[in-house]
Design a protein around this ligand. Structure first.
Ligand code: SF4
Length: 370
């Protein structure tokens, strides 16, 4: 494992990276263009180590490696689904593991990335929630998933990645200290358009308000899963901390910023949240937030005995939403054959059994960094 006290080349936005590299090469009496050469290597993503930066003199590669680290996640496991999606399990410098998934659909190739190792928020339908919280990821570890997955895809003729969604392990808005710089790195460094990057949250209100303040028009997905507070609190413990009323006010603020699209994610669990009586409430919230609604049949996980809603129920729910004027679609979960539900590969890779996070843990806010 590399020493963690050196700055990570993958964890800096272009401006900061340029500044630090210029300082480094100036101190070594090297020409100014060396900084640009290294930045090009970082954001082109072709090499996974400083030693591969072949247009630098050998001495400069050694000095660069002594001053900085290039901490790209290492591939621990790859699982390819019959439906074309590919899940990577990445091993980080300290041995923690996180997942990302490549999802091809037509001309799109979407990468779903993780923002935390595990998650403390304990949503009942989510395998990551059951596997517990490991730690926050750094900006470099988040952007590094993109870098490594993009190279993996390119090598197999599958790239380029067109969209990035923060829907892997963890609650991105509970790790804003790393996720916000990672958004800048993806956008300004790797050139992923802001409207092609979606941040998914279960409703961390201060994070939504902070995202609304950013100039770039990143997209927002809200994991709603229930349109009434009492039911939502059973599925998403964070509802007790940021109830639906507050969440909707934050979404009003997000909408007022203009040009930003919001989607509601609604996992359909048989006889839990798929009753027709909920359609009216969901429609009201979606119309207020001008949100597109994705209905996602529940992907069974080993920790609860819930089942996906019956297809006829999903169809009827969709039709009723549309009849109420809501833009909505059914999104089938991908990669069911490769432990697709987020968090399952990590849980399987852990030696300790998955643990349930208590409600007091998830309300404590400890992992919710500013
Ligand atoms: S759904 Fe998201 S916030 Fe909830 S436990 Fe899973 S990873 Fe965490």
């Amino acid at each position: 494992m590399e020493s963690l006290d050196r700055p990570d080349l993958l964890g800096m936005a272009p401006a900061e990276l340029g500044r630090q590299l210029k300082e480094h090469f100036r101190a070594r009496g090297q020409p100014g263009y060396r900084a640009r050469q290294v930045a090009d290597w970082v954001f082109a993503g072709e090499v996974s180590a400083v030693g591969g930066m072949t247009n630098l003199p050998a001495l400069e590669r050694t000095a660069l490696g002594g001053a900085f680290r290039l901490a790209e996640p290492a591939e621990a496991k790859v699982a390819e689904s019959a439906d074309g999606s590919v899940k990577h399990l990445w091993r980080l410098e300290d041995g923690e593991v996180v997942e990302s998934v490549l999802i091809p659909a037509g001309r799109r190739l979407t990468l779903c990335i993780s923002s935390q190792a595990g998650c403390a928020l304990g949503c009942r339908f989510c395998a990551t929630g059951w596997s517990g919280f490991g730690r926050q990821l750094s900006a470099g570890e988040i952007a590094g998933q993109y870098r490594a997955a993009a190279r993996w895809a390119r090598a197999r003729g599958a790239g380029p990645i067109t969209n990035v969604v923060f829907m892997g392990m963890g609650e991105p808005l509970a790790n804003r200290r790393a996720v916000f710089p990672a958004l800048t790195i993806l956008n300004a460094g790797y050139g992923v358009g802001a409207r092609r990057v979606t941040v998914s949250t279960v409703g961390v209100v201060p994070g939504i308000l902070a995202l609304a303040e950013r100039e770039e028009q990143f997209r927002l997905a809200v994991s709603l899963h229930a349109p009434v507070s009492s039911l939502r609190a059973e599925l998403v413990p964070l509802e007790r901390r940021y109830p639906l009323g507050e969440l909707m006010e934050a979404l009003d603020a997000f909408r007022r910023k203009g040009g930003r699209r919001t989607t509601f994610e609604y996992t359909m669990i048989r006889d839990v949240n798929d009753g027709r009586s909920l359609v009216g409430d969901l429609a009201r919230l979606a119309l207020r937030a001008e949100a597109f609604v994705n209905l996602i049949p529940f992907n069974p996980i080993p920790y609860v005995d819930w089942r996906p809603s019956r297809p006829a129920r999903v169809r009827a729910f969709l039709d009723a939403l549309r009849a109420a004027g809501v833009a909505a679609a059914v999104r089938e979960p991908r990669g069911r054959d490769i432990d697709a539900a987020c968090g399952q590969l990590r849980a399987a890779a852990q030696s300790r059994p998955a643990r349930r996070v208590s409600e007091s843990d998830s309300r404590s806010g400890l992992p919710v960094s500013p």
